[in-house]
Design a binder for this molecule. Structure first.
Ligand code: FDA
Length: 299
């Protein structure tokens, strides 16, 4: 990261909201349910599937968790009504994970049961490491009743063990990603290449165990290695999919689709777009230059 990028990233909290909105607009479908559904429809028309996320996380009040559940119920109804090729992704902290263990389960069950009513799959996003155990426990319980899958993070040293145990217990469905939170060195790989190496070890482990995998990355090194592994395991296209975030690397996305892979785009929408966008900006300092330009009105 250049010094300039570091300075801009460190200054993100001070950047006016409208500038963040302008720069980060490609990463969010909009504020309303209709914005989200429209984006999913546009992706579907290009042969791309969607997983939809109502923005919001780390909720500590029950009324906010309930508002989130309600938005998901409306989303499920909207996807079903419009017959979209889309499923949903949920963050357990938006459902009350930090409020009460029984309460979050009640909320997740409401969503799972509404989704199941339409034969819809639910992906449980993985958040930061203090929440990993409970997130896995909830996935274990929910998968007895509903079609759902879990996100696992290649940067965590524990992930291979978690994957082994889950695969031994039953059919598993994972989204494999590098991981987005800042974690202590004691529990997480830090080097770019060691995270990639673990990503590929995990992918091989999952394919060998017969798990379904959403390969979630924009790293061309990994998409290439994954394509080779898919060939090596002689997998048909219904056994895996690639996944990417809305607005990130559309060229790579289109290239994967043109080579015959199934691809799903993560479509976030909602009023809590600001936190998501600032995280995207921090994650990709190359965007810092665009922030600077937007601030002085060049784009
Ligand atoms: P890397 O970060 O090396 O990016 C490769 C290249 O892609 C970069 O050089 C850049 O050009 C581009 N790029 C990547 N991210 C970008 C961005 N945000 N904006 C602009 N350009 C970008 N994490 C997590 O902890 N829990 C979760 O539940 C999820 N869920 C999830 C779903 C989906 C569908 C995806 C694609 C990712 C996640 N993630 C996640 C995030 C994931 O852990 C990771 O932080 C990002 O995908 C970035 O990692 P890459 O593998 O893309 O590599």
């Amino acid at each position: 990261m250049s010094l300039f990028d570091r300075i801009v990233v460190a200054s993100i909290p001070m950047i006016p909201k409208f500038v963040v909105g302008k720069v980060a607009a490609p990463y969010v479908a909009g504020e309303s349910l209709e914005d989200g559904l429209r984006t999913a429809r546009a992706l579907n028309s290009k042969g791309i599937m969607a997983t939809m996320d109502v923005l919001g996380e780390f909720v500590h009040e029950k009324d906010k968790a309930e508002a989130s559940v309600k938005q998901y119920l409306d989303l499920i109804a909207g996807i079903a009504r419009d017959k979209l090729d889309a499923n949903i992704s949920v963050k357990l902290t938006a459902m009350g994970l930090d409020i009460d263990p029984q309460y979050v389960r009640q909320n997740v069950r409401k969503i799972m049961s509404a989704a199941s009513g339409h034969g819809m799959f639910v992906r449980i996003d993985m958040e930061d490491s203090p929440r990993t155990d409970e997130t896995i426990r909830i996935y274990r319980e929910m998968r007895q009743e509903s079609r759902c899958g879990l996100v696992v993070q290649a940067y965590l040293k524990r992930t291979s063990d978690d994957v082994r145990k889950l695969c031994e217990e039953g059919p598993s469905n994972f989204r494999l990603c590098k991981g987005i939170y800042v974690e202590p060195e004691a529990i997480a790989y830090k080097g770019k290449q060691e995270i990639r190496d673990n990503f590929m070890l995990l992918l091989d482990q999952m394919f060998t165990a017969g798990a379904y995998v959403g390969i979630a990355t924009h790293d061309e090194y990994l998409t290439k290695a994954a394509e080779e592994l898919i060939k090596k395991h002689k997998l048909t296209r219904d056994k895996y999919e690639f996944q990417m975030l809305l607005g990130v690397k559309p060229d790579l996305r289109d290239a994967l689709v043109s080579r015959g892979h199934r691809l799903r785009v993560y479509v976030p929408f909602g009023e809590s777009w600001y936190g998501y966008c600032t995280r995207r900006l921090k994650e990709n300092p190359a965007i810092a230059g665009y922030v600077a330009k937007a601030m002085i009105g060049l784009n």
